[in-house]
Design a protein around this ligand. Structure first.
Ligand SMILES: [Zn+2]
Length: 419
């Protein structure tokens, strides 16, 4: 279950991008290849071979060699695929400049994006090109969209800024003006009846289409004029669907054009939906701290302790936490020790490990056995219990407070702690 926790998937993807973002080439020699789903592997292979040829014109001998080597590596990776995965493929390759003025080492990364990418391009730059992937991070939750008037309805699924049309239906309901000869009252009654049938169909489609979508955060109903409000006032849908309806959006059009309008006009609103959730979680924690219920704790040691004793109901981690857990072992007596260091200070810490003295025998002979991102370590601990994990952004006041005043780490507990 925790495997699918969207805030966690998002976090891991983000860390991966941050790791790639720090890579630099000495020259313009790091290559990035974005391949959209449906692209023929052989076609991409051809294009890369052409780039390899073009790279032969690069003046600097080292850069030329490095670019061509990177392209060769990319082609080797691509060869492993008979077809491009359903969300596309991104390949990074290049000689990463090392801190010591050495030759640097060739590194290759292959990434399958969590959402489909629609672009096809090749870049050779000083760094890897990550913007389209960072863009995917903005929002990953799904939303349903229905756009309707009395003539037609369109159903779509929104992920990030991308809306996929799922279905179009038309109502068969006649216009408001009747043809000559009919009684006005009878005409209106028939029209209402047809409209009622149409609304029932729309409601049923909403259930069919949206009920089983994973991580569906809500549904937005759009359309020109008051038809959508009439539709919402009547009880045309399943109660689970009703609970998901977030808001309505006025549009000038129906159909695909109308869906596009809804997407454009609801971006700010949607951002706030996630922020609202984050706020609620942090407020829950703050309430427990303020009321001294004994059901809240914070700080690295305290949170780890609570996780180890299987007493965490909800783990809160600030996105801004950039720390590393370093596991040490004494070469002389075998004693183990753990330290938590800022990511930026990790290199310095590793160099100074010899200055630490062993907690057990007192000798200065520690070695680093393992380093792990602190958040990953905590998430693993949480997964081994049934603690829920939420990664909290710094984009709300509460999220910022969690980071600033509580060290970015907090937990809501299952049981009161004593002592
Ligand atoms: Zn020792």
């Amino acid at each position: 279950m925790s495997q699918e926790n969207p805030s966690l998937v998002r976090f891991r993807f983000q860390r991966m991008l941050e790791m790639l973002e720090r890579k630099e080439g000495r020259g313009t020699e790091l290559i990035t290849v974005y391949i959209p789903p449906g692209k023929q592997v052989s076609e991409v292979m051809n294009d890369l071979r052409n780039e390899w040829g073009t790279a032969g014109n690069i003046k600097s001998k080292t850069t030329r060699k490095n670019v061509q080597d990177a392209l060769t590596k990319a082609m080797e990776q691509l060869k492993l695929y008979t077809r491009i995965p359903p969300t596309g493929l991104v390949i990074f390759a290049g000689t990463i400049a090392s801190q010591q003025q050495g030759v640097g080492e060739m590194e290759t990364y292959v990434l399958i994006p969590p959402e489909p990418i629609g672009i096809y391009y090749y870049r050779c730059e000083h760094r890897f090109m990550l913007d389209p992937l960072f863009e995917l991070l903005r929002t990953e939750d799904s939303y349903g969209i229905v756009v309707l008037d009395s003539k037609a309805a369109t159903f779509a699924l929104l992920k990030g800024k991308r809306a996929d049309i799922v279905k179009d239906i038309s109502s068969g309901v006649a216009g408001k003006t009747r043809a000559g000869g009919q009684s006005a009252r009878r005409y209106e009654r028939l029209r209402q009846m047809h409209l009622n049938e149409f609304f029932t169909r729309v409601g049923n489609y909403m259930t069919d289409i949206f009920k089983d979508v994973p991580n569906l955060k809500g549904i937005i109903v759009g359309g020109p004029g008051p038809t959508k409000e009439d539709f919402l006032k009547g009880n045309y849908f399943h109660h689970e669907i009703k609970e998901k309806i977030l808001t309505t959006v006025d549009t000038g059009y129906t159909g695909h054009e109308g869906v596009k309008e809804v997407v454009e006009r609801s971006q700010d609103f949607l951002k706030n939906v996630r922020f609202y959730e984050e706020r609620k979680i942090v407020q829950d924690f703050l309430y427990n701290v303020g009321q001294e219920t004994g059901l809240a704790t914070y700080g690295e040691r305290e949170v780890i302790q609570a996780l180890r004793s299987n007493n965490v109901r909800q783990l809160l981690i600030s996105e801004g936490v950039r720390r590393t857990m370093v596991r040490l072992q004494c070469r002389d007596c075998g004693a183990k020790d753990t330290r938590i260091v800022d990511r930026d200070e990790l290199v310095g810490f590793e160099e100074s490990v010899a200055d630490l003295s062993c907690l057990k025998c007192g000798n200065g002979n520690y070695e680093v056995v393992e380093t792990e991102d602190l958040i990953e370590a905590l998430v693993k601990l949480a997964e081994s219990t049934d603690a829920k994990v939420e990664i909290i952004s710094g984009e709300t006041e509460e999220g910022e407070m969690l980071n600033r005043s509580f060290g970015g780490l907090a937990a809501i507990l299952k049981y009161r702690q004593f002592g």
